[in-house]
Design a protein around this ligand. Structure first.
Ligand code: TNX
Length: 529
């Protein structure tokens, strides 16, 4: 837990950054110097909003009397906000105490339609703060901005002294891309429900709205499938390094899905096939071409396992898994993997994927796959997730020509499991080192050759867990690169500016610390103390 820094420190750090941030945001610093320091928070938001209009003459203060006014569906978001404000302020912050009074926060579902479902308008006046949106998703996004306007200590789990001021001004904001995802590999090392919920809370701060769960791989099968119980019971019984592994019961998975939904995050479940299937093959001998189950696997090699493409039982198995998983998943997507199937001959691979694609549609889901599955020519709204290390691939141009959407997760930019540099104690380096500037330094709308912005569904930051064993490891690799990718997915292209980003990110250091997030203090960032 970090005590609030003395005001003078905040002042100096903030003054040093404010001019640059304002310049890049296209805002003119008023004649006579920088605006009041308390207003700098308006310019430090990540991801950068579409437009920010600071009002340096105005300051709002949250007090013992503050309540949140939010009726109907908005009350859910109101309770979520109250849950953030109560522990650190120690104030009661009731939701819907009565009419809007001085010092209150209003969350209203009366936003203009041009904000879209995810956009919001936020106004900080002397007497009130208000967030307006057309849906609870938009209000939730506005609340993530609102919390960044309060002092960093607002993120503390225990009562702090305050004062709890917010700079005056107004923000109008909406996302550039609809899909802003994080991925967590729960197969190489298993992370329990509480660990996944903690990551959900952390990614929600940066307006990430999808969590892709990599639920199966050679080292473990992590979701209970009632019609094939040994998948989880036996196939989930270990992990990389030989630890005990684990799996989610269907109830656990539903708990994760619901928790994510309460943070406006859609779960995208992945069952990787036909490769990356040793855990399934070890659980059921009949899935193997030779009828012999291999042993469980706890190493980190890839590309050695394959489902048996010519056996009928393979497709009964795949259909049962897709049916049960689709029934448990309210979101529109189901990810079938398809990467690194080095032990599946090319013709078999295409034949296999071609048989699986209709099964995903049969159970009402939109298919997502790693870009190799483009070889099987998925049609229409299929999503092709690019994980290569170049910015050009014929599979992508073919996918665009078929009308598929591209999800951009280039491994040398957005892979959160790559080491930051040669001395990073965790992670891999096959796609190179990825410092914060590398993660930030690409434009998802123009990066991939032959993929116009209209074909880009969004971005994803995958976190593979060969070397990661606990939440501290997850946090160290994800922060602060995840906020970088989140900004590329949310902010308008014109707001993308490394100098501005690094100055804004500097002010998030104390925020991450107060939240208990174990981030990597990159030397590229002039961290505020
Ligand atoms: C490649 S990216 C993989 C994963 C590994 C990852 C490690 C992709 C689709 N496949 O199986 O975990 O590299 O960085």
């Amino acid at each position: 837990m970090t005590p609030r820094p003395p005001r003078s420190t905040v002042r100096n750090a903030a003054l040093a950054v404010v001019a640059g941030a304002l310049l890049t945001a296209g805002i003119v610093v008023p004649a006579g110097g920088a605006p009041a320091v308390e207003n700098s928070a308006m310019d430090n938001i990540i991801p950068a909003p579409e437009s920010v209009q600071p009002d340096p003459a105005t300051t709002f203060e949250l007090t013992q009397q503050t309540s949140i006014q939010a009726t109907g569906e908005a009350a859910e978001v109101g309770e979520y906000l109250a849950g953030i404000l109560r522990p650190s302020t120690g104030y009661p912050v009731p939701v819907n105490r009565g009419a809007l009074g001085t010092g209150d926060i209003a969350l209203a579902l009366d936003g203009a339609p041009d904000l879209g479902p995810a956009g919001y308008r936020l106004q900080v006046a002397d007497d009130n703060v208000s967030v307006h949106a057309t849906s609870t998703e938009g209000l939730f996004n506005g609340v993530q901005t609102l919390r960044q306007l309060l002092p960093a200590a607002i993120e503390s789990p225990t009562a702090q002294p305050g004062p709890w001021t917010m700079p005056g001004g107004s923000i109008v904001d909406k996302p550039r891309f609809e899909h802003r995802a994080a991925m967590l590999d729960v197969a190489r090392h298993f992370f329990d429900v509480a660990q996944v919920k903690s990551y959900i809370d952390q990614i929600a701060r940066y307006k990430i709205n999808r969590l892709h769960l990599h639920l199966s791989d050679d080292q473990g099968w992590r979701i209970q499938i009632n019609s094939w119980p040994r998948l989880a019971e036996y196939g989930g019984s270990t992990e990389v390094g030989g630890g005990p592994g684990g799996y989610y019961t269907q109830q656990d998975y539903t708990d994760i899905v619901n928790y994510a939904a309460s943070r406006h995050i859609v779960i995208v479940p992945e069952i990787d096939m036909p490769g990356h299937t040793n855990a399934a093959l070890a659980s059921y001998a009949e899935l193997n071409c030779d009828g012999v189950a291999p042993p469980l696997y706890t190493g980190i090699d890839v590309g050695f396992s394959s489902l048996c493409v010519d056996k009928d039982i393979t497709y009964r198995f795949v259909e049962d898994v897709i049916r049960e998983l689709a029934a448990l998943t309210p979101g529109p997507y189901l990810h079938i993997g398809g990467d690194e199937a080095h032990s599946t001959p090319e013709e078999d691979y295409k034949k296999f994927i071609a048989q699986v694609l209709p099964l995903v549609s049969k159970y009402g889901k939109t298919v997502v796959g790693w870009h190799e599955y483009g070889k099987a020519q998925p049609q229409g709204d299929a999503v092709v997730q690019f994980w290569g290390t170049t910015n050009a691939d014929p599979l992508l141009t073919d996918a665009v020509a078929r009308g598929n959407k591209i999800l951009a997760s280039p491994a040398n930019k957005s892979y959160l499991d790559m080491k930051y540099n040669e001395s990073t104690p965790l992670g891999l380096q096959w796609a190179g080192f990825i410092e914060v500037a590398d993660a930030y330094g690409w434009d998802p709308g123009s990066y991939l050759q032959g993929v116009p912005e209209e074909s880009v569904l969004g971005v994803e930051a995958p976190l593979w867990s060969e070397t990661l064993e606990n939440s501290e490891h997850i946090e160290f690799m994800a922060f602060p690169r995840l906020p970088a990718i989140a900004e590329l997915g949310w902010s308008p292209k014109g707001a993308q500016n490394w100098e501005s980003f690094r100055q804004r990110l500097a002010t998030h250091g104390p925020r991450l610390t107060a939240s208990g997030i174990d981030f990597y203090a990159s030397t590229q960032i002039p961290w505020a103390k």
